[in-house]
Design a protein around this ligand. Sequence first.
Ligand code: SAM
Ligand code: SF4
Length: 466
Amino acid sequence: MKKADPASDNPAANTRKVFVKTYGCQMNVYDSQRMADALARDGFVETSTPDDADMVLLNTCHIREKAAEKVYSEIGRLRQLRARRQKAGADLMIGVAGCVAQAEGREIVARAPAVDFVIGPTTYHRLPDVVARARGGEKVVETEFAVEDKFEHLPEQQKRQVRSRGVTAFLTVQEGCDKFCTFCVVPYTRGAEVSRPVAQIVEEARRLVDAGVREITLLGQNVNAWHGEAQDGRQWGLGELLHELARIDGLARLRYTTSHPRDMDDALIAAHRDLDMLMPYLHLPVQAGSDRVLKAMNRKHTGDDYRRLVDRIRKARLDIALSGDFIVGFPGETDADFEDTMRIVRDVSYAQAFSFKYSPRPGTPGATMDGHVEETVKSERLQRLQALLGEQQAAFMKSLEGQEIAVLLEKPGRDAGQLVGRSPWLQPVICDETVGKIGDSVTVRIERASANSLISSEAANRRRAA
Ligand code: SAM
Ligand code: SF4
């Protein structure tokens, strides 16, 4: 059946609206933006609600079961929205992208016939073609790993679009993973590790800065495994790439995420020492503290390897703060193993962290291992771990009270006269508008820390005066 085309119903309206809903990590946020860029060439503009959209694109996450299930509930809601639209003589196209699309492919259209097309994360440069075929009535499932480089085929980001996204931007430099941790679906959904070429990354970074971006976060499933050939023929790692990007005029801050402990090489650690604009905040997941569990997870590092690495990084950059990821209840994890996780958290001390109950993912080795841990035990362990991580986060926030810190001003605040920026360690900082304008790097004194944000003295004064 040929789909009704809302734009062709009304010749005056030659733009269509797309609502992209993003689940999961920053890499999906970046992918959503690039998909919107690809669709812009086809006359689509982004909208912030499904209610006035001609197309809804769900950019999905498959990392844990809950994340994947959310997608099907959302498709159910969209099916109802489409039924209401059709009653009114219009239509709504529904697409599923991202890691659920890659992992489940055709199963999605079988389980949710309302879906018009499914597109995996390595092929989104083909989106305009996929949409055109779906509009012609075909149920398109485009989940083969693309041989051609999708970044070569994606349109350049337009200045207007970059500006609308603010003064901070993500830039994916590496995709996929060859590490095969036994709990993780990423090597199956994102494929083998691929690094983008140096020149392509530098060019994209320059364009972002040219459009007003002041902070760039380099992204990769395993970002510090990035490597590429420089113009002089030498192989660069992420440390050298950061040095090159730091030379771009107008760029104020650099970050990168997510790193694997095994890929923190000397040049990258030295970049933390030598580059002021590389923010002193590092997301370095350890996952667990027990060597037995780390081995079963195929992490290829021990708890002590990680402790030694953290010591070296902290020596290189005294003010660096760490964040991490933890999994509790991996198959075979005993009470003693879990105590090792608590011990490593106490030893390292994190400014922020993400912690999860182990979620068996179909097709990964962990799912078929012996010794699955009961849900109630996982919940108890997670609660204890999160309490400890929460205390450490609160202590870190408290330690900033009374200090003068650098803030990049990002957007207007909730109250009149406020601007919100970010600290070097990623906390939102509420500032007064008199300290500068959006895009400025300013220094403010922190008066108070709450659970998740910091308030500067000037903003606190204004509050008191109001
Ligand atoms: N590449 C990063 C690393 O090696 O640390 C991790 C990227 S992964 C997309 C994000 C986080 O999700 C992981 O660090 C892990 O803590 C968590 N995660 C992955 N698979 C999981 C699973 N099956 N169950 C629970 N948490 C999981
Ligand atoms: Fe997944 Fe990270 Fe392990 Fe790769 S290194 S398999 S992305 S957890």
